[in-house]
Design a protein. Sequence first.
Length: 239
Amino acid sequence: MTAQEAGTPVRMAECAGLWQRTLLVDTDGSQDLTTDVRWLQGLTRFVDLRRPAPRPDFSGVRCASELTDQQRGWLRMQDGFAGELTQYDDVFHWQRHLELQPPGPHPDEGRMSYAAGVLVEIGVHADYFEHWTRDAPARDCWAMDLESPAGARALLLRVDDHFGWARRDSEGGVELSLGSVSAGWIIGDSALPYREQQSLTPRWADGDRNTLHTNDIDADGAPLTWEWLVRYTEGSVTL
């Protein structure tokens, strides 16, 4: 299947779920079949995590201060972003509220269609195409945009038993993570590998549904709690 094989048009409401990229054909004609790319889409909010292969061994690394120079170099090669998906006519626009890499010169926009059971994305401002697959359409989605009293920003997204978490602190550090709520909001994949297998544990502050707490660790691995003010919600939020 090539980018020129047009398929069934896609509506944004059909995009909710966890997608995995199976192919990228880039602007220079090169193919990428190895980068681990996962896109979790809700009603409008999304989290997209892109990690190159091979990945260094992070076994035993418990926090940022324990990273080696090689591991830090690999972290800087990652890409990913989170924000809001919109559609106008047949063009989809991924508005990036939080991102690991500096923004490119053009908006992130593409046309999408189904062909042979695959979601095909074709670039609007760059000559690329991607193939995406999904296990099943999502049934239940909700999301929250969050802001800390100190000016940090975050997005929490739930899609069935999956969740996405994106956070940028007041100093510009960014975390993008994906996980499962079935065993207690456990992070499974993260742009910060030492966060994997930790619990995010989002909960209301003393029953106040305008204030959310989440778990984190500092650079030396000591536990800390973030306090967030809820700035926007979509769907029926259930913690």
